[in-house]
Every structure is written in structure tokens, then in C-alpha cells.
Design a binder for this molecule. Structure first.
Ligand SMILES: NC(=O)c1ccc[n+]([C@@H]2O[C@H](COP(=O)([O-])OP(=O)(O)OC[C@H]3O[C@@H](n4cnc5c(N)ncnc54)[C@H](O)[C@@H]3O)[C@@H](O)[C@H]2O)c1
Length: 144
């Protein structure tokens, strides 16, 4: 069984893949290399392509026995996303939705998993809740 790390040739994904491997998990990386670098994969199996390519995603899942996905492939420049929201919506929302559909069609039992912060100790003043972006809320709902 292996973990598919999308965006695993990028900054956060490559560190996540490294840590998973250090903890004994098999990993396969899916990255278009548009912004990533193959060297960051540190020798982990790399599938080069787009997360919205359903056939490629399903082949990677079947070939590597993938049973979980950690998803980091996307664009992240906040300023650029304000200037060209359509490009960001297409890559970060529509393509994530296509990735989820392809994985479900391949038989993966997906559920949105996120770490919940520990509640603050009672004596400390409560911090205001961080607002999630509408993109983040929408994607979480889509996966749940
Ligand atoms: N860098 C941070 O400090 C930070 C903090 C919190 C959250 N994040 C989030 O983590 C995610 C990754 O951030 P990062 O800093 O690693 O970015 P990054 O640009 O270094 O890595 C993103 C990777 O995704 C790949 N990619 C983009 N679109 C793709 C597509 N359609 N198909 C396949 N591959 C694609 C790129 O080639 C790149 O390698 C983003 O959603 C970002 O918002 C980043």
C-alpha cells in the first residue's frame, strides 16, 4: 500500500513525502513539474502529469497500490490568485474535484481528514477562529 502525494515535487509535498518515507510508508508522487523539481522527490517514484488526468491518476493508483492521497498540487500565490482567479479556481478547485472523482472511481474510500487543534486551556483567553477561505470550505465539503 502506498500514499499518493500530489505536488510532491514542490515545497510542502516533497517534505511530506520524505517524512512519510522515513516513517516506512511507500510513496508515489504525482506532479506536473510546472513549478516543482524532480530532484525534490529524492528518488521516490514520480508520475509526471496533471491531477485532472483521470486515466493517469487511476493508473498510478493501480500500479502502486495507492490507498491514501495527500494533496498538495496547486497554485499558492495569493496576489496572483486575486489577479487571475479563474486560473486558480480551475487548478485548485476544478482539478481537485476531478482528482477526487478519479480516485473514487478507482475504488479509494476517501474522506476529508484534517487535524483539529487542541482546545486552549480554560484560563487562556480564546483566540478568534481562523476564517477558512470559500475555496477551502468548498473543497472540504466536496470530499466529505
Ligand atoms: N508553502 C507554504 O508555506 C504553505 C503553507 C500552507 C499551505 N500551503 C499549501 O500547500 C500547497 C502546496 O504549496 P507549496 O508551497 O508546496 O507549493 P509549490 O508550488 O512548491 O508546490 C506545488 C506543486 O504542485 C504542482 N502542481 C500544481 N498544479 C498541478 C496540477 N494541476 N497537477 C499536478 N501537479 C501540479 C507544482 O508543479 C508544484 O510542484 C498549496 O495549496 C499551498 O497553498 C503552502
Amino acid at each position: 500500500m502506498a500514499v499518493l502525494v500530489t505536488g510532491g515535487a514542490g515545497y510542502i509535498g516533497s517534505q511530506t513525502a520524505r517524512l512519510l518515507r522515513e516513517r516506512g510508508r511507500d510513496v508515489v508522487i504525482l506532479d506536473s513539474l510546472e513549478l516543482g523539481d524532480e530532484r525534490a522527490c529524492l528518488g521516490a517514484p514520480l508520475v509526471v502529469g496533471d491531477i485532472a488526468d483521470a486515466a493517469l491518476v487511476q493508473k498510478a493508483i493501480a500500479d502502486h497500490g495507492v490507498d491514501a492521497i495527500v494533496h498538495f498540487a496547486g497554485y499558492k500565490a495569493a496576489g496572483e490568485s486575486m489577479e487571475d482567479p479563474g486560473r486558480y479556481f480551475g487548478n485548485n478547485v476544478a482539478k481537485t474535484s476531478a482528482l477526487v472523482d478519479a480516485a473514487r472511481d478507482a475504488g479509494l474510500d476517501l474522506g476529508a481528514k484534517r487535524a483539529e487543534p487542541e482546545p486552549p486551556p480554560k484560563e487562556e483567553p480564546k483566540k478568534s477562529k481562523k476564517q477558512k477561505s470559500s475555496t477551502n470550505r468548498g473543497l472540504t465539503k466536496a470530499v466529505e
